[in-house]
Write a protein that binds this ligand. Structure first.
Ligand code: 13P
Ligand code: SF4
Length: 303
């Protein structure tokens, strides 16, 4: 299957991008695995004609926003994001109208139509930089209340918070972390900022998925409790065979991130099925918000 996929990828001038939560067999066949920010940057920069996005719908949409001339395939069209579904453009418009004028910072885990109403996007890797780059005393952050509270703790701005969340991260409780810390007293606890604030407060390190990979690689410590979706344990263990990783809770599983299998990638590439295309009237304003975020990230990388 793997060699058939590689042949198809070459024939069709395609690239396979996979999020760090994807199943092991998908991560192993991808050209690039990464967090949401890395994958967005790659989608913007690649010269491949077809992007096969192994992740969830908003990620494929972001690739289409950035590269309208490319064909973006999501091998399972039903791979959605429960947090992205917690906001819609009509409700966001109402909220914007209720508040005094202020920038809207939207997590990339959102639909293109919501991005189109936003000033700038952010990911878990750059949320603090994005918020602090804005020349405004107040901001509205959507859709993740936990990421917004995390940002609020790292800025002097007043943050208005949309009440969405990621169920996979919300399931992790203080009691779960206490239990894990008791079971593995020498382990470093690393949490994703999508976790509840009281869980984030217990963390030794707070990072995006690729931030976690980088931290572990550079750390001299050997045991880690991982407070994010369990799929991340695969690249962590592969990268660091001598270190030990424990999920903060077995509940931390995102079903949508596990839908794509190698057979879906083959079918999608062979039949060009699962194309995700954002209509121009939404794509253009959404691009402004995504591009602002990417420009900021690239400026930071260069400095
Ligand atoms: P990152 O990989 O950007 O940290 O995103 C986490 C996530 O929940 C993606 O769905
Ligand atoms: Fe959405 Fe959470 Fe799943 Fe990421 S882990 S795709 S934020 S539901």
């Amino acid at each position: 299957m793997q060699s058939a996929i590689r042949r198809l990828v070459k024939e069709k001038k395609a690239i396979i991008l996979a999020h760090n939560y994807q199943p092991p067999e998908i991560q192993d066949l991808a050209d690039l695995c990464g967090d949401s920010l890395e994958l967005s940057i790659k989608a913007a920069q690649t010269d491949a004609e077809i992007i096969v996005f192994c992740g969830v719908h908003f990620m494929a949409e972001t690739a289409s926003i950035l590269s309208p001339q490319k064909t973006v395939l999501l091998p399972r069209e039903d791979a959605g994001c429960l947090m992205a579904d917690m906001i819609d453009p009509e409700s966001l418009k109402l909220k914007i109208d209720q508040l005094p004028p202020m920038p809207v910072v939207t997590y990339v885990n959102s639909t293109a139509a919501v991005k189109a109403l936003s000033t700038i996007c952010c990911t878990s890797a750059n949320v603090i930089d994005v918020v602090n780059s804005l020349d405004a005393p107040e901001i509205l952050m959507t859709p993740d209340r936990n990421l917004a509270r995390y940002a609020a703790a790292h800025t002097n701005k007043k943050v208005h918070i949309w009440d969405g969340f990621c169920p996979t991260h919300e399931w992790l409780t203080v009691e779960d972390v206490e239990q894990a810390k008791k079971a593995y007293p020498n382990a470093v606890f690393i949490a994703h900022p999508e976790c509840r604030p009281e869980v984030v407060a217990m963390a030794d390190v707070v990072a995006s998925t690729s931030g976690m990979l980088r931290h572990v690689r550079q750390s001299s410590r050997t045991e880690f409790i991982i407070g994010t979706e369990k799929g991340l344990l695969y690249p962590l263990q592969k990268d660091n065979p001598d270190k030990r990783f424990y999920p903060a809770s077995e509940k931390m599983l995102c079903k949508n991130m596990k839908k794509i299998g190698p057979e879906d990638v083959v079918r999608s590439l062979e039949t060009m099925s699962g194309e995700v295309k954002v209509p121009e009237e939404i794509r253009v304003p959404a691009l402004a918000a995504v591009q602002r975020m990417i420009d900021l990230a690239l400026k930071k990388r260069a400095s």
